[in-house]
Ligand binder design. Structure first.
Ligand SMILES: *Cc1c(COP(=O)(O)O)cnc(C)c1O
Length: 396
């Protein structure tokens, strides 16, 4: 049975990608104007903190996502850091987030001196389970004049931060209702979900602010980069100000009206982003083709399930994933060993944030589902370029 699911997985990855080895987890695709725009920044000398590509990239992001404002920044972690600050997160408050996330979500809260409060996931979305969180808040939270507090720690709960795991949107209707009922700001970590929609609306637009990442392994890349999305123009102006050293505009004076961050995205990186976002619809279509090939290829592999987009959602299928039928660390590790040895790059999901030493004392609810997913989930090769390699009998 276990040998079966491993050889079956190797065969399914080869069938879906049309390659036998040398496949990495997520390779960027540069098929458009990337070189022309990047070269232009060098030819003109505008590589750094000024130049036309930053504004252009922000406008393209607004147009693609439907956000009223997009603010390009140095990376997704910086975007989250500033989004949490602007949502009102302060030292010694708590930020509710999934235990099953990348380290950046928790780090952004910790930068402010806030404490992550870990929530469990659900199987269908891999993200926060809104029903379980609702029950948890009923037992530990209380409304006071100046906000919602965790009765057991005495700290204010300053934000709820869902994360759309591998591009699969969380149940936002339920989560938004919960945030409204408790009057807690919602900030979405949409780092993995550019091009993912919940009931027709782009992820990252449901709360006060949302954040994106354009790291080298994300759906589109600027080398390193991120963005803050918001429909609140005043917050957007603040985000721009605080991420660009908080300098007041002037012909020559250097006057900064607060401690700002140097979190701006350089023009060089934005140039790459402008070319990449032109390619985004094509990349998303290719990723969908690859996911559909995986669905077919894994249909007859015993012991594993391919993770599919949740109901009412369009997922960008940023990282494809399979789940072992049961939590079995020996099988999981054998699967990782043998797929990687075969030249097919696979990776386990992140170690739960709740198990990292710096968050040992952080509050948490029961994390049974997240722990189960941690022992069962494996990411498989996902670059958009792999869709081109599949053999014709898999097409359609
Ligand atoms: C990629 C990612 C980020 C941001 O990462 P950067 O490398 O700083 O751009 C944040 N949260 C999640 C869940 C991510 O996957």
């Amino acid at each position: 049975m276990s040998a079966n699911s491993i050889t079956g997985t190797i065969q399914a990855i080869r069938t879906a990608t049309g390659a036998t080895s040398g496949i990495v987890l997520h390779e960027p695709t540069f098929a458009g104007n990337e070189w022309a725009y990047v070269k232009d920044t060098i030819d003109t000398g505008w590589v750094s903190s000024a130049g036309k590509y930053v504004n252009q990239f922000e406008e393209q992001l607004q147009e693609f996502t439907g956000a009223r404002r997009a603010i390009a920044v140095a990376n997704g972690t910086a975007a989250l850091h500033v989004a949490l600050l602007l949502a009102g997160v302060e030292r010694d408050t708590e930020v509710v987030m999934p235990a099953l996330t990348f380290a950046a979500t928790a780090a952004a809260a910790a930068y402010i001196g806030a404490v992550p409060h870990f929530a469990d996931s659900e199987y269908t979305t891999l993200g926060i389970d809104p029903d379980k969180l609702a029950a948890h808040l009923d037992s530990i939270a209380e409304r006071r004049k100046d906000g919602t507090y965790n009765k057991t720690t005495g700290r204010r709960i300053a934000a709820i931060v869902p994360m759309h795991t591998f591009g699969h949107p969380v149940r936002m209707d339920e989560l938004c209702a919960l945030c409204e009922a408790w009057n807690i700001p919602l900030v979405e970590d949409a780092a993995e979900s550019l091009g993912s929609y919940y009931k027709g609306k782009h992820t990252g637009l449901f709360g006060t602010l949302g954040t994106l990442s354009f790291n080298g392994n994300k759906t589109i890349t600027t080398g390193g980069g991120g963005a803050i999305l918001t429909d609140d123009v005043a917050l957007a102006d603040k985000a721009k100000h605080i991420t660009t050293t908080a300098k007041l505009p002037h012909k020559w004076e250097y006057f900064h009206d607060m401690v700002g961050f140097n979190y701006r995205m350089p023009n060089l990186n934005a140039a790459l982003g402008c070319a990449q976002i032109e390619q985004l619809p094509t990349l998303l279509a290719q990723k969908r083709v690859l996911a559909e090939r995986y669905i077919k290829a894994f249909a007859c592999v015993s012991g594993v399930q391919f993770v599919r987009e949740p109901e009412h959602c369009v997922s960008n299928y940023w990282l494809n994933a399979i789940m072992l039928d049961k939590a079995d660390m020996t099988l999981r590790n054998d699967m990782l060993e043998q797929t990687n040895a075969a030249g097919l790059m696979t990776r386990p999901v992140w170690t739960l944030m709740s198990r990292l030493p710096m968050y040992a004392a952080a509050p948490r609810m029961d994390l049974g589902v997240a722990q189960d997913i941690e022992a069962r989930l494996i990411n498989i090769p996902s670059g958009a370029g792999l869709a081109a390699g599949a053999p014709s009998e898999m097409a359609g």
